[in-house]
Ligand binder design. Structure first.
Ligand code: GDP
Ligand code: IMO
Ligand code: MG
Length: 429
């Protein structure tokens, strides 16, 4: 059994896309199982940059790329993304790309409502969503009014579903904006998209069963990160799907016995886009420096990412709940320029010390992070592929994290390029 699940352990943007691309070389298929085009992954291959949001990152290596049932799909965006990647020389066809016909759709009105809701909220009440309609689309799924690709079999019933969704939201839009949005135009646009995309649709749980029966190697590509998980993250400042590894099963139809290796991707420091608690945030020169060297700007929205030190409490919870049995430490090279490097090992809240992540980390709570300070290495590590070639202080940093979280670090990433990695253990063979 050699299936592999890749998940983020922080607030997203840990470098999952780069690692999925690296390990996809050994995969027969790459599967997305949650989220939508709120994800943004940047891959750098021989100085050429690829940006993916909805297409599984395996597509760049022309691996069988599957969008599982747990993903919410904006068909307008998907068409655009296929066009963009095709213009970069990557072929997307019905042999290498498959979408589950059980996927729920993101409609234009979902995007509109996402924006309108955020604009209604004030200050720190804003979630800071990507504005792509993810929340409203999942909301419709849960409330059992959502539309799936399989609904296009019966156009009359489909139209009724559109009317019901537009009526539902129009009651609210009318109240705030004194207007309503007509469904007809959107219905026609989405219908046209469906006609173009239907060639990619299939029964993906069965396809995955067939792949498993053949002992194929399947890589499950998580989007977002552990602390954006709807149940386990920093609610309400989360996304609307479960980002934990267990969702690889639900969101694809592969049973949990088939998921053995769970790889957690961890940035050597921490970043967050959007609002919400961030105990180790460095709202100062250090945060600015991390952001500048790490080029911490969102792939999807271009927003500046908030930056801070690595948080061991966060990692330990993510490892426990996701069942992570190997870590990838990314962006080590960003720390090359720091004299001192901090790692948060406990929190002090109301004079009480916490070594495990507390149950109710809220936005305005006074959490005092307690740090261990490690001596920096102040030498270039970019592109190093051999652990022994790392400066001794960088080696100590990696080993210290491994010790504190009690989990192997299997790969250290030392740059954005595909081959800028130190492979400590083979994880996908
Ligand atoms: P994802 O959403 O988890 O796939 O991550 P993003 O692609 O949104 O953000 C990670 C960014 O860091 C991308 O621009 C990557 O090219 C870049 N990156 C990944 N690994 C490394 C690394 O080890 N060093 C540096 N300097 N950049 C990296
Ligand atoms: P990748 O896969 C970082 C954040 C948004 C916002 C919150 C809710 O690139 O790591 P949503 O639009 O999902 O309703 O927004 O979640 N968010 C991400 N932050 N990386 C992502 O994906 C994210 N996807 C959503 O910024 O705070
Ligand atoms: Mg990203």
């Amino acid at each position: 059994m050699s299936n592999l699940v890749i998940v983020g352990t922080q607030w997203g943007d840990e470098g999952k896309g780069k690692i999925v691309d690296l390990l996809a070389s050994s995969a027969d298929a790459v599967v997305r199982f949650q989220g939508g085009h709120n994800a943004g992954h940047t891959l750098v291959i021989n100085k050429k940059t690829f940006k993916l949001s909805l297409l599984p990152s395996g597509i760049v290596r022309q691996k069988l790329s599957i969008i599982g049932n747990g993903v919410v799909v904006d068909p307008i965006h998907l068409e655009k993304e296929i066009r963009n990647i095709t213009s970069q020389g990557i072929d997307v066809n019905s042999s290498n790309f498959v979408i589950s016909s059980d996927c729920f759709l993101i409609l234009p009105i979902h995007k509109y409502i996402d924006g309108l809701r955020e604009s209604q909220k004030k200050g720190s009440n804003k979630i800071g969503t990507t504005g792509r309609g993810i929340g409203p689309a999942y909301e419709d799924k849960v409330s059992r009014r959502g539309i799936r690709f399989s609904d296009f079999k019966n156009l009359k019933e489909l139209e009724e579903k559109f009317i019901s969704i537009y009526n539902h939201y129009n009651a609210w839009i009318e109240k705030f904006e004194g207007k309503v949005i007509s469904y007809q135009n959107d219905f026609e646009i989405i219908l046209k998209c469906y006609q173009n995309l239907s060639k990619y649709m299939d029964n993906t749980w069965l396809l995955l069963k067939q792949l498993n029966d053949k002992k194929s190697k399947i890589l499950f590509e998580g989007a977002q990160g552990f602390y954006l998980d709807l149940d386990h993250g920093t609610y309400p400042y989360v996304t609307s799907s479960n980002t934990v590894a267990a969702n690889a099963s639900i969101g694809s139809g592969v049973n949990p016995n088939q998921l053995k290796k769970i790889l957690g991707i961890t940035k050597a420091y921490t970043t967050r886009v959007g609002n919400g608690p961030f105990p180790t945030e460095q709202n100062n020169d250090i945060g600015e420096k991390l952001g500048k060297i790490g080029n911490e700007f969102g792939t999807v929205t271009g927003r500046k990412r908030r930056c801070g030190w690595l948080d061991i409490l966060m990692l330990k919870k993510a490892i426990t709940i996701s069942g992570i049995n190997g870590l990838v430490l990314t962006k080590l090279d960003v720390l090359d320029f720091f004299k001192d490097i901090k790692i948060c090992t406990s929190y002090k809240i109301n004079n009480q010390i916490f070594q495990d992540y507390p149950s109710d980390v809220s936005y305005n709570q006074n959490i005092i992070p307690i740090y261990e300070t490690l001596e920096g290495w102040e030498q270039e590590t970019k592109g190093i592929t051999n652990f022994e070639e790392l400066p001794l202080n960088a080696q100590s940093f990696v080993k210290r994290i491994q010790f504190l979280v009690n989990c192997n670090i299997d790969i250290v990433s030392t740059g954005p390029e595909r081959d800028e990695n130190i492979i400590l253990n083979e994880v996908f063979n």
